[in-house]
Structures are given as structure tokens and as C-alpha cells.
Design a protein around this ligand. Structure first.
Ligand code: PHE
Length: 458
């Protein structure tokens, strides 16, 4: 008899997985990467990487999770008992926890900006003095960012609030917490995205931005751009973090893995593309495309400049930061679930206890990450702030290692036939892709992931 937790419905499991995949990686990292890697050519490479590599590696994680029917460590223990493969799972759990520590801070900023948009504080003072002077406007929002992100108290308070909100969702469990939240928030996210797209595509000169985003200049493709597209594809699909292994252990036996992976990848791509269609026309229309569109200033400085110039600034701004918050929240709960599931499955711990043990230390570690933009900015590890160190260690080192190890395990060392059995639901559905997936995770993905790893250090 199986007492393993499962998602309650097909829609719910897709909403939860999509909710994890769609995070700040799609809505904020993607436009910034596109801008710094030459526009449409990057988009094309990113789509290619998601389809040709992202989906196969996602299928490897799904098969591992559902086949292993346990948390990220337990899955390896169940499939290869007595062997040391569980260490891969342990590294994934560690990576996911470290990501959670700093991602919670960024999630806190999105909540803070939402609150400041709703109350109007973000735009208080953008009156006639700065409205007609782009440099003054930029300075104004730079100042706001200093106040909201780099001060000590406010960002800390919002980070704590996010930890508490995550706790409330996670206490509800997989079905009543995560699945229910995703069922409500994912449709909301798409609704806001489409609404904002309609707004920005109707701005004057929006076509210029669309052209920049959608007509590729192939001369811009360099090995560095390819590597960045690959890294972006892996991050935005939540690969290598143990999330997909954990979530797929909650998939019922009749879930069609291939179809699920295609839907998740497609929706994640769609969100990235819609985001591009919001951001590029907006910044082109206001002539802000010469500004650096680097990650955090893009969403916290450049876009508020755009909103401030529109009628109903507060409304658009609130909707946009709500969108960011939704993306961040469904991702933070998914990444916290990796460690919670581990404590529940490995140590047979009660859920509420596991949730507390995982979230309480964040009040210290995430606080330190938050303060690394303020009072603790001089405290460095390897020349990086605490936040920068955790980000670099996870994205550049731990994630490529776990993705590579999962590919090697599923390609060469997992029980024979596991991938074929999982993709065909043990012979009950036809799977025409097993051979191709196996080929990619055996030969192609490991080489390319190793390349990302090496390139990050040169
Ligand atoms: N795909 C997620 C994103 O785009 C990756 C992620 C998931 C990161 C969960 C952190 C937490 O943001």
C-alpha cells in the first residue's frame, strides 16, 4: 500500500510544476540576459536549449523522482540501495537550501515594491520637478532602490514577511498548500502578463522594441552567448535543484511525463517571451534602452520610470510587482519543499516540524543576505558579499554539478530500463522519445553542462 503524498489533480500538478519553473529567472533574469547577449539571437538559442536539452534533462529528473518515489536523497537510495549515489541528492538539497536563503530576500523585495506601489509611496514625489527630466527621474528611482533594497530595516522586514507567507503555504501540505496556491496564482500570472502586454504593445514606438526582441542578428552569436543561453535554460526550468525530483515523486503513476515536460517547458518559454514583449517595447518607447538593463535595476529602476510616465502609474506598477511576487512565491515554496520533503522522508519527521526546521534558520541566514546590501556590505567571502557568494556558489558551481551528475546517473548507472519504463508508464502509453532522450542525457547534455561549468571560470 502506498501512503506517498500525491498531487490531487493533473491540472494541479502542472500548475505546481509550472509555478516552480516560472520564477524570477523568467520574468527578470531572461530580459536582462537577452539585452546583454544581443537580443533576438539569444532568444532563439534559449528556445533551442530548452527544447533540445532542457526537456530531456527534465525528463531524467521526472523519471528519477517518480521512479524513486521519495525525496531527492531517498530517490537515489531507493533506486540504487547500498551505493553512494545519494550524495548527488544531498548536494541538490544543499544547493536548493542555499538558493532559498538568498532568493527569499529577492522575493521580499518584490513584496516591498508591491506594497509601495499600492500605497503610492514609490511614486510620491515624481511630480513636475522630475517628470520632464529623464536623468532626474532615473536618480529618483535609484534613490528609491537605495531606500527599499539597500537599507537595513525595510527589506529585512519584507524578507521576514515572505518567510512567514511561505510557512503558511507549506504548512498546508502538498495538496492543500502548494497545489491550491498554484491553482489560483498561475492563471492570475498569465492574466496579468497578457494585460501588461496589451498595454506595452500599444505604446508609441513599441514596434521598435518588438523588432529588437524578435528579429535576430546572427552575427551576435558567440560561444559565450551560447553558454549563457544554456545556463538560462537550465535555471529557468529549475533543473539541478532537486525540485523536479521532489515534485515528480508526488506525481500519480498515470501522469504522462513527456507531455508534462513539454507543457511545463512551453509555458515557461511563453512567460519569458511575453515578458520580453512587455519590457522591450516599454523601454524603447521611453528611450530608456540605452540604460543598463541589468537584472535588478531593470525591474526596480527602469520599469518604474516607464510606469511613472503612464497614466495610472500605480495600477500598472502594482500589477507588475504582483506578477513578480506570484512568480517568486510559487518558486520559493517549491525550493523549500526539497528540504522539507527530505526531512519528512529521511527522518520521518512530522510536516509542521520539518517546515519550522527549514524556515526558522532563514530568519538569520536570509537576514544576513538582506543586510549584505546594507550594514553587512563589508563582510565578504571570497571577495563577494554574502548574497553574491551564495548566488555564485549555487549557480556557477553546485547546479552544474548536480545536473551533470543526474544526467550521468540516469544515462549510465540507474537501474536498466528505468527511463523507458517511466516514460511509458510501465508499458501503458507509447513513448517514442525514450531513445532520443537517452542519447541526449548520455552524451550531449553532460558535455555541454561541463562546458558551462568551465566557461564560468574563464
Ligand atoms: N525556474 C526558477 C526561476 O526561474 C528557478 C528557481 C526555482 C529559483 C525556485 C529559485 C527557487 O526563478
Amino acid at each position: 500500500m502506498s501512503t506517498k503524498t500525491e498531487f490531487a489533480s493533473k491540472i494541479g500538478l502542472i500548475a505546481a510544476t509550472v509555478g516552480s519553473a516560472i520564477g524570477l529567472g523568467n520574468v527578470w533574469r531572461f530580459p536582462a540576459e537577452t539585452q546583454s547577449n544581443g537580443g533576438a539571437a539569444f532568444l532563439l538559442l534559449y528556445i533551442l536549449c530548452v527544447l533540445a536539452l532542457g526537456i530531456p534533462v527534465m525528463l531524467a529528473e521526472f523519471s528519477l523522482g517518480r521512479g524513486g518515489r521519495s525525496d531527492a536523497i531517498g530517490a537515489f537510495c531507493n533506486l540504487s540501495p547500498g551505493k553512494k549515489w545519494w550524495i548527488i541528492g544531498a548536494v541538490a538539497v544543499l544547493a536548493s537550501y542555499l538558493i532559498l536563503c538568498y532568493y527569499m530576500v529577492v522575493a521580499g523585495w518584490t513584496l516591498e515594491y508591491l506594497v509601495q506601489s499600492l500605497t503610492g509611496n514609490l511614486y510620491a514625489g515624481t511630480g513636475c520637478a522630475v517628470a520632464d527630466d529623464p536623468a532626474a527621474m532615473r536618480g529618483f528611482f535609484d534613490g528609491k532602490m537605495q531606500e527599499y533594497v539597500c537599507s537595513d530595516f525595510a527589506p529585512l522586514a519584507f524578507t521576514f514577511l515572505m518567510i512567514i507567507i511561505n510557512g503558511a503555504v507549506l504548512m498546508g501540505g502538498v495538496q492543500k498548500g502548494i497545489e491550491r496556491l498554484s491553482n489560483v496564482l498561475m492563471p492570475l500570472l498569465f492574466l496579468i502578463l497578457v494585460g501588461m502586454c496589451i498595454l506595452t504593445l500599444n505604446l508609441p514606438d513599441a514596434g521598435e522594441g518588438v523588432k529588437y526582441f524578435l528579429s535576430p542578428d546572427f552575427s551576435k552569436i558567440t560561444p559565450r552567448v551560447i553558454i549563457n543561453a544554456l545556463g538560462q535554460a537550465f535555471f529557468s526550468l529549475s533543473l539541478g535543484m532537486g525540485i523536479l525530483i521532489t515534485y515528480s515523486s508526488y506525481y500519480p503513476a498515470d501522469t504522462k511525463l513527456t507531455r508534462t515536460s513539454v507543457i511545463v517547458a512551453f509555458l515557461s518559454l511563453l512567460v519569458a517571451i511575453l515578458m520580453g514583449l512587455i519590457i522591450f517595447p516599454a523601454v524603447k518607447s521611453f528611450g530608456l534602452d540605452k540604460e543598463s538593463l541589468e537584472g535588478s535595476t531593470l525591474v526596480f529602476v527602469t520599469l518604474p520610470e516607464v510606469f511613472a510616465s503612464l497614466p495610472l502609474a500605480r495600477l500598472w506598477s502594482s500589477l507588475f510587482f504582483l506578477l513578480l511576487l506570484v512568480a517568486a512565491l510559487t518558486s520559493t515554496v517549491s525550493i523549500a519543499e526539497v528540504s522539507i520533503a527530505m526531512l519528512q522522508d529521511r527522518l520521518k519527521m512530522k510536516r509542521w516540524k520539518a517546515v519550522l526546521i527549514i524556515l526558522c534558520p532563514l530568519f538569520v541566514v536570509s537576514a544576513a543576505c538582506s543586510l549584505s546590501f546594507g550594514s553587512l556590505s563589508n563582510l565578504t567571502i571570497a571577495n563577494l558579499t554574502i548574497f553574491g557568494f551564495l548566488d555564485g556558489l549555487t549557480t556557477n558551481v553546485l547546479l552544474p554539478i548536480t545536473s551533470l551528475a543526474v544526467c550521468l546517473y540516469m544515462g549510465w548507472f540507474a537501474p536498466k530500463g528505468l527511463l523507458a519504463d517511466e516514460l511509458s508508464n510501465y508499458g501503458t502509453v507509447r513513448s517514442r522519445v525514450t531513445g532520443t532522450v537517452l542519447f541526449i542525457i548520455r552524451y550531449i547534455a553532460p558535455v555541454l553542462i561541463a562546458l558551462i561549468f568551465i566557461f564560468n571560470f574563464i
